[in-house]
Design a protein around this ligand. Structure first.
Ligand SMILES: NC(=O)c1ccc[n+]([C@@H]2O[C@H](COP(=O)([O-])OP(=O)(O)OC[C@H]3O[C@@H](n4cnc5c(N)ncnc54)[C@H](O)[C@@H]3O)[C@@H](O)[C@H]2O)c1
Ligand SMILES: CC(C)[C@H](C(=O)O)[C@@H](O)C(=O)O
Ligand SMILES: [Mg+2]
Length: 358
């Protein structure tokens, strides 16, 4: 259905932050049909599975999915296939959401909220393009087995497989080059080609695709160096393209450049404009249910949804401007609070964004 949005709050702070994003969308009075369903630990409790059939069916028929977060420590001992995190992985895989865009933008008002010196981060605007349906996350074989030879013969071992097929690298490369074309035309591909076969192959394909984008400058960096450069001189980056695992780690690192992980939105797109939109952070069980979480990453994810899945640039910009304005007005959830600003709760931050919108 062309205006259907599947709303999946999930666990922990999921419900609180999604509520604010839904209120913001409602305030815009758009022609959207929002339908809610259970996912994650909460769905496991009720239906015995973190991604029940009806939730997956809803997500598949929707134009977009607005996702909160999944996971809680109480599910840590479940078999892997029943862990709440399998819900988000299952949605990504089933919907073919291979392109994860995680923009890390420092709002000028938050220059002091970052743990880095203001001069290092002020004006920061980078985009991490993370491949989302391949790599060691989904590679097979994986599991547990008896070691057959070598010094650990006879012991049990756990193992995963890191792998990328050509199509997987090629299509994320195109997304990243095209994103760079619309920005500063600088693309840094992050890998571990000094050690890993998978990365050597990744680099080879990146170089091939680069020939189709002569206007974009492609560089390569090893993941360990990239992790260091990202805190040393983050503004040297424009677009970063990387695999699933490295992208997961780098995007959490990048979030701290923006002041808080509560500020980093994300869009996960497939080849047919369908998208899942979620904050880059998790379910934050340590602050769940306390009205403390920063809802801005989720509200900004809703803006990305309007831009990418509904081609409504105007509404997306309205939300983004409202967020900038509430920060200008001095409203801060505890994670970005500093002296001289006004500390607000999750719902009060939602109120402030809505008040600014209308
Ligand atoms: N996409 C997802 O659903 C997703 C993403 C990451 C982690 N997780 C899951 O979430 C659970 C908790 O993981 P974690 O603690 O490693 O990571 P996390 O991102 O949930 O939390 C890390 C830290 O950041 C804080 N934080 C996160 N979001 C915040 C927000 N909006 N406002 C203020 N502070 C915020 C938390 O309080 C915590 O101190 C785990 O079960 C993990 O698997 C889910
Ligand atoms: C919850 C987990 C499976 C997920 C990931 O590793 O991709 C999360 O960390 C993220 O960044 O969205
Ligand atoms: Mg992560």
């Amino acid at each position: 259905m062309s205006n259907l949005v599947a709303v999946l709050p999930g666990d922990g702070i999921g419900e609180e932050i999604i509520e604010q994003a839904v209120r913001v969308l409602s305030a815009l009075k758009l022609d959207l049909q929002l339908e809610k369903a259970d996912v994650g630990g909460r769905a496991y409790d009720v239906y015995g599975h973190p991604l029940p059939e009806h939730t997956l069916a809803l997500a598949k028929k929707a134009k977009a999915v607005l996702f909160g977060a999944v996971g809680d420590w109480k599910y840590d001992t479940l078999p892997r296939e029943f862990r709440p995190e399998q819900a988000i992985l299952g949605l990504r895989k089933n919907l073919g959401l291979f392109a994860n865009l995680r923009p890390a933008i420092l709002y000028p008002q938050l220059a002091n909220a970052s743990t880095l010196k203001p001069e290092i981060v002020s004006g920061l605007d980078i985009l991490i393009v993370r491949e989302l349906t391949g790599d060691v996350y989904f590679g097979t074989p994986r599991g547990n087995r008896r070691v057959e030879e070598g010094p650990f013969k006879g012991e049990q071992e756990g193992f995963d497989t890191m792998r990328y097929a050509e199509t997987e690298v090629r299509r994320i490369a195109h997304i990243a080059f095209q994103a760079a074309q619309k920005r500063q035309k600088k693309l840094c591909s992050v890998d571990k080609a000094n050690v890993l076969e998978t990365s050597q192959f990744w680099r080879h394909i990146m170089l091939e695709v680069a020939q189709e984008y002569p206007d974009v400058t492609l560089t390569h960096m090893y993941i360990d160096n990239a992790a260091m450069q990202l805190v040393r001189a983050p503004k040297a980056f424009d677009v970063i393209v990387t695999g699933n695992l490295f992208g997961d780690i780098l995007s959490d690192e990048a979030s701290m450049l923006t002041g808080s992980i509560g500020m980093l939105p994300s869009a996960s797109l497939n080849a047919s404009q369908q998208g899942l939109y979620e904050p880059s952070h998790g379910s934050a069980p340590d602050i769940a249910g306390k009205n403390l979480a920063n809802p801005l990453a989720t509200i900004l994810s809703a803006a990305m949804m309007l831009r990418f899945s509904f081609q409504n640039e105007e509404a997306a910009l309205r939300i983004e401007k409202a967020v900038a304005q509430v920060l200008e007005q001095g409203y801060r959830t505890p994670d970005i609070y500093e002296e001289g600003t006004t500390k607000v709760s999750t719902s009060e931050m939602g109120d402030a964004v809505i008040a600014t919108l209308i």
